[in-house]
Design a protein. Sequence first.
Length: 129
Amino acid sequence: MVISRNLVPGADKFNELFSESKVLVVDDEELIREFFLEALSKRKISVDVRVDGSQAMEALETGWYDLVITDLRMPNVDGMELLRWILGKHPNVPVIMLTAYASLEGAVVYAVRISWTVSPQKLRCGLTM
């Protein structure tokens, strides 16, 4: 299924950029994994799902991905540890980090831990624009 340009601004660009892409979704919640699998597959995006960071590391060692979408809090290897590993082994793979638990300030603390410099005000402004 292709997103209609009439319904979503920028949909043509999304389809152009991500059609035929391969995404790794890492989350310990089955509903989240199923959501991304269904939503992205409808857009002809190949999706692999894993339950935690250790499984994701194994997948990244044996396969190639255009994007990793990961939860922050998971058993075994959490999202931050996975992100650090990806930055070291596969620095060109973009990562989107999701969480249902962290506050905006908490997200900034995590970002600073991996050497990003961002203030809560700038992040809040970026999220609301």
